[in-house]
Design a binder for this molecule. Structure first.
Ligand code: CTP
Length: 398
């Protein structure tokens, strides 16, 4: 049983939102309701008040005795469901606009969010709406796609809200997957390490951190306590109550952070691109140009292999997943890493050329496990790869 806040916004389908509220209650969930002003023109708040036995939040300024009702509600919420989601409310969510009770409470809630858009087919197809949906998906919002059917305008088109029982079923599926990692602690590394040469220069790599960050986000959505250890990343870090962020820029710092976090943890996912070598000496002052303009040699020494070190010493109940970043002979090299690094699983991906994993929003990976045939996954958004990997983690941690 979850605590669900249902947001009704101004779409003709608002009456179906009432049925969704009833369906969720029948399934055992505790439901509270927020309505936009437009929604209150379509459905009476009194109906929802009577159904939920909670006051319906329609206005942030309505009750002088409770000056910040949206924060209390945001904190109470375990899942925020917007049904129906109008083009206007989707636009506000995608852009962080908080100018009424619904948009402000949505922005204030850290709980996972699902939206069920319903609108006229032209509004659905409008580039602005599609752009906002892409943004919401990137922000981790789950979108319940509208269906094709008869619209309120009298013609058939795409944009119709699915029937309430289907929406309730989607919520149930979501909550089930959401809780699979409850009580588990997962450590994820992301981004590239960098090894300083002098106070202003370093040896680094082109990892963006996207893959590891998406894995951390997906594990957190699945209810895990997550420690996300990051080197250099080029995207925003996730903010969630169950994600602890640790910065570790060099391989040595990352080793220490991983060892400390992994000791009490259940699983480690080494998605970081770790430097294999570091300069033997790090100059205290900025290294000056050679006066004779001759070549210069940089002496490097090998860094410790974090994955191998940690996996070799792991307990039998702990799971370790490594990555393999290759530009050629992907499977051969990845198989070698599976064996030599003592990992339970290697996620092999190509980092060659324009379709290579570095920096992109999608990835094509092959999963390697001892004694099993390599499993090639299709090219998918990194969010989807992360969700699939987390589903694997759930199976193996059971
Ligand atoms: N890794 C690590 N510590 C290192 C190097 C790599 O923990 N010093 C981890 C990476 O996080 C990844 C896996 O080992 O999970 C494979 O990394 P990859 O860069 O593909 O391979 P390398 O071990 O560095 O080998 P090579 O550079 O020869 O491909």
């Amino acid at each position: 049983m979850a605590r669900i806040t249902v947001y009704l916004s101004g779409s003709i389908a608002a009456y179906k939102g009432v049925e969704v509220v009833r369906g969720l209650q029948k399934a055992g969930h505790e439901v509270r309701v927020v309505m936009t002003t437009s929604a209150t023109k379509l459905v009476g708040p009194a109906t929802l008040n009577a159904l939920t036995k909670y006051p319906v939040l329609t206005d942030l300024w309505g009750d002088a005795n409770q000056p910040i009702p949206h924060i209390e509600l945001a904190d109470w919420t375990e899942l925020a469901l917007v049904v129906p989601a109008s083009a206007d409310l989707l636009a506000k969510m995608a852009n962080g606009i908080a100018d009424d009770a619904a948009s402000t409470t949505l922005l204030a809630t850290a709980a996972p969010k699902m939206v069920a858009p319903a609108m006229n087919r032209q509004m659905w197809a409008a580039p602005a709406t599609q752009r906002n949906l892409t943004q919401l998906a990137q922000d981790g919002v789950t979108i319940i796609e509208p269906v094709t059917g008869r619209l309120a305008e009298g013609y058939t088109g795409h944009g119709r809200l699915p029937e309430p029982p289907q929406i309730v079923a989607r919520v149930q599926d979501f909550l089930n997957q959401y809780r699979q990692l409850a009580g588990k602690h997962v450590v994820v590394t992301a981004g590239g390490t960098r090894e300083p040469l002098d106070p202003v220069r370093y040896i680094g790599n082109r990892s963006s951190g996207k893959m590891g960050i998406e894995i951390a986000r997906a594990a957190a959505q699945a209810g895990a306590q997550v420690t996300l250890i990051t080197g250099q990343v080029s995207v925003a870090l996730p903010q969630a109550p169950n994600i602890t962020l640790v910065s570790a820029l060099t391989t040595e710092e990352m080793l220490q952070a991983v060892q400390e976090a992994f000791e009490p943890a259940d699983a480690l996912v080494m998605a970081a691109a770790v430097a294999d070598y570091r300069p033997v000496e790090v100059a205290q002052q900025k290294v000056k140009k050679n006066h004779n303009h001759g070549p210069r040699t940089l002496e490097l020494t090998e860094t410790v292999d974090i994955l191998r070190t940690v996996a070799a010493a792991k307990r039998p109940d702990q799971l370790v997943i490594g990555f393999a970043a290759e530009t050629e002979k992907l499977l051969d090299h990845a198989q070698e890493k599976l064996a030599s690094k003592h990992a339970d699983m290697i996620v092999a991906n190509s980092v060659a050329g324009a379709t290579g994993a570095f920096g992109r929003d999608d990835n094509q990976v092959t999963i390697l496990q001892k004694g099993l045939d390599p499993e090639k996954w299709p090219r998918l958004p990194k969010t989807a790869v992360a969700q699939r990997l987390v589903a694997r983690l759930e199976e193996q941690l059971k």
